[in-house]
Design a protein around this ligand. Sequence first.
Ligand SMILES: Cc1ncc(COP(=O)(O)O)c(C=O)c1O
Length: 386
Amino acid sequence: MALKVGRGAAAPPFLVMDVIAAANARQAALPPGAGNVIRMEVGQPGTGAPRGALDAAAAALRSGDPLGYTEAFGRASLRARIAAHCLDWYGLAVPTSRIAVTVGASGAFPLAFLAAFDPGDRVALAAPYYPPYVNILTALGIEPVILPTGAASRFQPTVAMLQQLDPPPDGLIVANPCNPAGTMLHPDELTAIAAWCAGEGVRLISDEIYHGLNYAAPLVTAAALNDGAIVVNSFSKYFSMTGWRIGWLVLPEDLVRPVECLAQNLFISAPHIAQVAAEAAFDCHDELQANVAHYRRARDHLVEALPRAGFPHLSPAEGAFYLYADITDRSNDSVAFCARMLAEAGVAATPGVDFDRARGAGFVRFSYCGPEADMREAAARLAAWR
Ligand SMILES: Cc1ncc(COP(=O)(O)O)c(C=O)c1O
């Protein structure tokens, strides 16, 4: 007799993982001295944790501290540093009680979605999107309501799009800067969206994981604009600590205790040693700003060079470390296009189908967080390959 399998078992793969595997295989197959595959498919800084974070972790390991569970919302000292960070970057005073340390932003999503929504609720988000939003919502029985966006709105949702939804959704996810397009909601746009959500009783979830990696517009946090907003952030991008798996939530008052109870049950706590390291990362802004300067230089070069290399239709590179290229004048099958680009030019990038099931076949995401020399070489290879 067939055993029952839940809806979570139907979660689709994150296709970029397949591209990473293909790029690894191609690199392994190259004879020594035959050059390298240039990695523009990965969405993680290659720089590693800043020096001060590593030192703090090493000291904690030697200290004899048993490094057991922390409280579900994390070490008090880390939560206090995150609150100070909110004051420093946004001028926003957030009580430490509203800050929850999580297992990356990834660990924050199920907490936020479970606390805010019920199965059958509808949550809107722009396409293209970061795939786990849709896959986690679906696994929880929450219906994603996709808002197709394009170059006209810089791949971001607008109030006009939201007003078309009848009835209004129960929630809205925004990402600012976003993955895969690397575009931002500018302060006036985010303010208008936050006000619309407040007016319509729509729970706003703002993914601010790429804050600090913004080149075109100033940073505003949704927590300053909407009292009911849930803000998701992480040490994975600006702080360059992907594998340490630490993120955080800035929670609205009404969800503090519900999220705390969920966190106690689902995760107990985020990794203790990583919390120690993350706290020290707040003292490493010089090193982290050097990383940002590197992304900015890579971005400036690619924005200028990729159009000459056959990719004239790029998303405005406002933040994060992504460019989303419309390739419809070259291919309508981005999976095959990326496979050919990897095999023939030795450049790995991610097909858009991961981010937009309906239209992603006409798009490719380039990530520019790799070594600067590689980013220059990629543009040269693509120009020769076109
Ligand atoms: C928009 C966005 N949100 C969340 C995540 C997950 O981040 P974390 O490493 O903190 O789990 C990513 C990772 O690439 C991302 O691009």
